[in-house]
Design a protein around this ligand. Structure first.
Ligand SMILES: [Zn+2]
Ligand SMILES: [Zn+2]
Length: 164
């Protein structure tokens, strides 16, 4: 499925979910849905709020949170624990993530070999697996270079002395 129809498909599914939960399809909610359905960068709730506010100045944080909560509870959006604030992924297909442990940046790693290797064989005959995600953690290049150019703090220096 191409990007455009993918996004439209999600918008439709998100709108249905809100309706099913008795939430009226207001202009505000529609804009939250649009922003989220098209998001490729795993935004947190605040980023979503700020992005929607550019088009809809009357949007409230509460509307964003409520919409997200509904979509997550219906399995249409994945909530990802990340440093700082939880992030949200409108792509709930099985795919792997790299998560920066410092700034929370999430990079999609796609599917394939990583997913297969993540499946423990001890589940054979014990459980029927429907969904797998492998999370790879570390520092994004920005955080990694910031960490290596930063002057070591006194605590770091002390640790290094102890270690040597
Ligand atoms: Zn980072
Ligand atoms: Zn993702």
């Amino acid at each position: 499925m191409d990007h455009m129809s993918d996004t439209q498909e999600r918008e439709r599914a998100f709108a249905e979910a809100l309706k099913a939960d008795g939430l009226r399809m207001t202009h505000q909610r529609l804009e939250v849905i649009r922003e989220l359905a098209a998001a490729r960068h795993h935004p947190d709730a605040d980023e979503l709020f700020v992005a929607v506010r550019e088009r809809v100045p009357t949007i409230s944080r509460d509307t964003v949170y409520r919409t997200l909560a509904t979509l997550v509870s219906r399995g249409l959006v994945e909530r990802i624990a990340a440093p700082g604030a939880a992030r949200f992924d409108p792509d709930v297909s099985a795919h792997n993530h790299f998560v920066c442990t410092r700034c929370g940046t999430i990079i999609d790693l796609g599917t394939g070999a990583l997913v297969e290797h993540a499946l423990p064989s001890r589940l054979d005959g014990v459980a029927e697996v429907t969904w797998v995600r492998l999370e790879v953690k570390g520092l994004c290049m920005q955080c990694a270079s910031a960490a290596s150019t930063a002057r070591p703090s006194t605590a770091d220096a002390a640790t290094q002395r102890e270690g040597s």
